[in-house]
Design a protein around this ligand. Structure first.
Ligand SMILES: NC(=O)C1=CN([C@@H]2O[C@H](COP(=O)(O)OP(=O)(O)OC[C@H]3O[C@@H](n4cnc5c(N)ncnc54)[C@H](O)[C@@H]3O)[C@@H](O)[C@H]2O)[C@@H](O)CC1
Ligand SMILES: [K+]
Length: 479
């Protein structure tokens, strides 16, 4: 599990740790890790040309001390002070003492730098880069140098992953003590490049529950249902899929395809596309009538491809089993009906659907994904899986459990019908007994991994191929 903590929590942990250490020790640890990472990226430190972009806070201090270490190993290190009278004094003295220098002409030194260290802002930065920093970071990005962000790429919001205005596009980010949410969530994540975590002894001072967590193979493997000798199809769970319409029959097939590979013992399809479903999947149970008459299920999926036939959503929400609502099912969703349910509900909107549910423009959701998913979960009293470049899953517990962020996304999933496969898969995991947050996050993970498997065979992939690759993705996480 990769975990991230908010700035407030990081600062509290740092304060606790700093109180036990000699003055400046923590910054020295950070600088040592940073310099070592830079040395690794440079290959040869002696003779390398290193430029430090130094802001007015401790982030600049880290850059200056790391620069001093590189200068002592023979690098030519030059600092660009964006706020000369507020630059970290100890760090500056260390750099000058080690033979480094300060320049007034950033563009000249950036033109032939081998490595640029971005120490403009870290966790103390707010509101995007200031105008005077913008031409400098553009010149850094435009050079041939490797650009390394100190703690965070300057200009991104550490707590939310928002980017207001311009931010630095780093090749790599060396972050201290713990991941910050912005390193795991788009759009900021896109700016971080490869992220390396440097330990500074903070771990013991951080609370046991992080703000954000990202599953890895072993975590997903632990969540996935495994049939035992006692299992039969009913004990493994039956998932009901209410999807498709005369206009969108394919959505039913794709949702069932996902559901059949999600670990439930059986899939019951309810709706007008039964012939198409059976033609593709003879193992599916089908029913043309209303969901309430279809027979017992342990979880429902409702919504993909329903078109105008969304009357059925209220009927499914009335049931006493977990319900996943996706796509058309999210239109006209009655918040009171969802909040009043006794069993868990999982909503799986993309940014446009989330925006409609929240009554805000789509761009607002895209730029503030974390706030949006939390707000939706609390407003609907439901677990919410917000799909997109970084899929987030939040439970309706007011922040007591960490928001899950999916590290397995891939742009290959931006293809018609992939959401239908995901909803069937997640519903199947719900029927198999996973709680809504686990079902949503494990499904997003497997879905992304399956898309990568399918794409590894070369060329664009279809949603049906993603569903087919779920088996190999499942095997991969369990290996
Ligand atoms: N607190 C600690 O013990 C440690 C802190 N460390 C470093 O210290 C950083 C935090 O330091 P600070 O709290 O001084 O904060 P930062 O250095 O991240 O930034 C704060 C400074 O930047 C200015 N600023 C804020 N927004 C800006 C913007 N958009 N454009 C330009 N300037 C802006 C502020 O006026 C302030 O002077 C961490 O990210 C990390 O790099 C590390 O050395 C590890 C130890
Ligand atoms: K930075």
């Amino acid at each position: 599990m990769r975990i991230a903590y908010s700035v407030e929590t990081v600062r509290a942990a740092e304060a606790e740790l700093m109180a036990r250490l000699p003055e400046g020790a923590l910054m020295q640890r950070a600088a040592a890790g940073l310099a070592a990472a830079c040395a690794g990226l440079l290959g040869r430190v002696y003779g390398a040309r290193v430029v430090l972009l130094v802001g007015s806070g401790d982030n600049g201090g880290d850059a200056l001390y790391a620069g001093a270490r590189l200068a002592r190993r023979g690098a030519g290190v030059c600092a660009v002070l964006l706020a000369p009278d507020r630059a970290h004094q100890g760090g500056l003295a260390a750099l000058l003492g080690a033979g480094g220098r300060v320049t007034d002409d950033p563009f000249e030194v950036l033109a032939d730098a081998d490595l640029v260290l971005d120490g403009v802002t870290g966790i103390g930065g707010h509101g995007g880069l200031r105008p005077d920093a913008v031409p400098v970071i553009r010149a850094a990005r435009g050079s041939n140098a490797v650009v390394v962000a100190v703690d965070l790429p300057s200009g991104v919001e550490a707590d939310t992953g928002e980017v207001r205005g311009e931010a630095l596009h780093a090749d790599a980010t060396v972050t201290f003590g713990t991941y910050k949410p912005g390193l795991l969530i788009d759009p900021a994540k896109e700016y971080a490049g490869m992220v390396r975590l440097v330990g500074i002894g903070l771990e013991d001072h951080l609370p046991s529950v992080p703000d954000l967590e990202a599953l890895q193979h072993a975590d997903v493997a632990r969540l996935l249902p495994v049939p035992t000798g006692e299992s039969d199809k009913y004990r493994r769970g039956v998932v009901g899929v209410v999807a498709g319409s005369a206009r969108y029959p394919g959505a039913a097939v794709l949702a069932v395809a996902g559901a059949l590979r999600g670990g439930a013992g059986a899939v019951r399809y309810v709706g007008p596309a039964a012939d198409g479903v059976i033609a593709r999947f003879p193992e599916a149970l089908v029913h043309g009538g209303p969901p309430a008459k279809a027979g017992r299920v342990q979880a429902w999926v409702v919504g993909p491809g329903l078109g105008d036939g969304i009357g059925v959503v209220a009927e499914v929400l009335d049931s006493d089993v977990p319900v996943l609502v996706d796509a058309d099912g999210l239109r006209l969703l009655d918040a009171a009906a969802v909040r009043g349910r006794g069993a868990p509900t999982l909503l799986t909107p993309h940014a446009g659907e989330a925006a409609a549910l929240l009554g805000v423009p789509r761009e607002e959701v895209e730029s503030a994904r974390l706030a949006s998913v939390r707000e939706l979960a609390s407003r609907y009293g439901a677990t919410v899986l917000l799909k997109g470049s970084t899929t987030l899953v939040a439970a309706p517990d007011g922040g007591r459990s960490p928001v899950r962020v999916n590290p397995m996304g891939t742009p290959w999933l931006a293809t018609a019908g992939s959401g239908d496969v995901l909803s069937g898969l997640a519903g199947s995991l719900l029927a198999a007994g996973l709680d809504a947050r686990d079902a949503g996050s494990a499904a997003a993970y497997l879905h992304g991994l399956a898309a990568r498997h399918a794409a590894s065979e070369g060329g664009p992939i279809t949603s049906y191929e993603v569903a087919e690759a779920l088996r190999s993705a499942w095997g991969d996480v369990q290996a």
